[in-house]
Design a protein around this ligand. Sequence first.
Ligand code: PLP
Length: 405
Amino acid sequence: MQKFALICLRCGKYEPFAIKGRCACGGTMLVDYDLELISRTIGKEMLPARVSSMWRYKELLPVTSQDSIVSLGEGWTPLIRMPALERDLELDCIWLKREEQNPTGSFKARGFSTAISVLKEHGFLKPAVPSNGNAASALAAYAAYANMHALVIVPSDCPGVITNECLRYGAAVFRVKGYIHDAANIIEEGKAEQGWLHVGTLREPGRVEGKKTMGLELAEQLLWELPDVIVYPTGGGSGIIGLWKAFRELKQLKWVSGNLPRFISVQEAGCQPIVDSLHQPADEAAPQPEVTSSPTGLRVPNPPDQSLIVSIIKETGGSAVSVSRDQIAQAQTKLGLCGISASPEGAATLAGLQQACERGLIHRRESVVLINTSHADKYIDYAATEHLPVIDSYQELKTILAQSL
Ligand SMILES: *Cc1c(COP(=O)(O)O)cnc(C)c1O
């Protein structure tokens, strides 16, 4: 008997599992598990003996056969306390989830491990993705490992390190004039003729399920006590959707109890559709503001299901904040000085937390989790190291040290 099916979050339609992400009504379809049945085969006490990857939760992922699993060792990333930030922000407990330690250096690995496993199980071989970069390189790596042929389209200003990474994994790489949705339109137009399977955000059910494992891990790592607040850097939004789904499933399994964590969604000023639609009633006719933010995973002017993200934030009593490019850069420096390599998106969570504290959105005793979705080196400017001294002896080093005192 199949342990999972698809359900439309908008109209409630229930269908057998298939590789699709949208319902005929336009709503998002997500995987619905028979949690009653699953709870008879797995208990949370069985988890510690399992593999140190996100596949420790395989019963809660939409793959039936062990042979279908395409894994490069993703997930089960460290969750560490940040004592210097706690002192700084006068909060009792700040955790950082080190998603930059995933294969391909971002949490996108989780989504594509699942999506490519699902494709393999169902015999699809030609995935294509529109991406700001990290989804492209993650797809490229997982497709390569599974012997599939990936096509990726990124904006023309995508960081060169990431575009190169896609090439290394053998993907067909194209750059588009415009934004991620322009890339998506091209894939939609060509998919029938080219036989592509569109694995963009919310186009198929696997990626949200993979991202969900971040939430399962958070709960397990915190000994089944959910944190009070999760600060999440939001682009297409499937990370927040996945985390929310994780906590709901855990509650249904009775592995956790209490309130869901409040989500604080962070975006960069200059492309902040979630912040805007949370604070202003939707006006479909209003012209879209011009996009002026940096080319990162946060730059998604048209999230595929904005109303779902907004409803999750509201349901949990959360909020959404926008931070400037400078605030992100300062937070990135600060995290670096704490020993953490954070991408602009990851650093945005710290900038967002600072703002949330200033606005009184967080109480001192609450526990907060920052999700460091990727590392700084993907966006590095190598010229920034050219002023560093080159030495050839200890004597020279000693002279420089003495001068800098
Ligand atoms: C894709 C991405 C995001 C945005 O995540 P969503 O789940 O699409 O909202 C944030 N940070 C990084 C590093 C990303 O690659």
